[in-house]
Design a protein around this ligand. Sequence first.
Ligand code: URA
Length: 209
Amino acid sequence: MSNVHLVDHPLVQHKLTLMRRKEASTNSFRRLLNEISMLMAYEVTRDMPMQDIEIETPLETMNAKVIDGKKVVLVSILRAGTGILDGMLSVVPGARVGHIGLYRDPKTLTAVEYYFKMPGEMGERDCIVVDPMLATGNSAVAAVERLKELNPKSIKFVCLLTCPEGIKTFQTAHPDVPIYTAAIDRELNSHGYILPGLGDAGDRIFGTK
Ligand code: URA
């Protein structure tokens, strides 16, 4: 599948399996998502532009590498995106943060926007949109569509789990946006849940069920 990056590192896969288990407590689900998100951040930022700056070590002057350009923006799709955002911020602490509030209409499964807040100077920033589940793809498509109105330098999408239906919907709308995921599951059920999946990510992160 082109433009889909499967993060199949053993640490990610092991932690994902622990998260999928129905016995996983809210505490361990949240902690594991946090840990996986740090590892996903490592993958998704791999091609960030670098520049050399002159620094002084205790022994001599050298040219050393730092990340170039304006601070990256992590865009969290509320509410479950918060689970990935926290982990990513712990390894990219200087990132700016945007929020997009979308809920799934339970009847039509389409995305309805209720909140949108981004940092300034978006035209000079790389964006990483985060949401644990790319299921129907409707929220992700709507979020990226809205983000594109601000003309960011680049957009990547990071999720924990997806399925063929979600990938197809997303890539049909946004073939230019790469997807980073830890797994591609079998299918979507008629209620818009991924199978075998891990259930409702928001409820499991926040303990609301
Ligand atoms: N959202 C979830 O939280 N889980 C799914 O399986 C699909 C969408």
